[in-house]
Design a protein around this ligand. Sequence first.
Ligand code: HEM
Length: 144
Amino acid sequence: MTDSSCLLDVRADDIGGYTIPADSSVVICPYVTHRHPDFWQNAGDFDPDRFLPERDVPHGAYLPFGVGQRLCIGSNFAMMEGVLICAMVLQRFRLELVPGFRVEPKPCITLRTRQGVVMTLHPWPTSRVPSASTEAATTEGEAS
Ligand code: HEM
């Protein structure tokens, strides 16, 4: 849940047919908004391509870091960290969910899982994994 309150006077409003009195706290549930069929095609599917630049995301429909005047200050860091971790792990391993393991969501400040996600890591053949010497050579090549 996120609550988009900020230290400002909030006027009364009508939102979706509901009257919101002045100075109310409005609590938004990103879990629901992120899966709402009014905003997303095939809302329940795992479809990373929905974030491609040519696929428009309606303003406010994707709000993992909040929306409006109050936002997460770590959002850029978090997005970069996520991409780097995925790139480093997935280059080296194929991940497989342990058969029968049920992933149960656990709502906290960020969405977590109740018992983690238990997976088996299968190393890719070594030819696919960039070796330390290839990485160093690439870095040196880029630097010159
Ligand atoms: C996937 C990772 C993360 C998610 C989903 C996330 C999400 C959020 C959300 C929803 C808020 C509340 C915004 C609001 O008040 O409406 C928030 C606030 C905040 N986040 Fe993050 N966050 C993440 C990572 C980080 C990281 C890595 C840092 C620091 C390096 C950070 C620092 C903060 C701080 C300081 C606030 C409070 C900002 C304020 O109250 O003005 N977050 N975050």
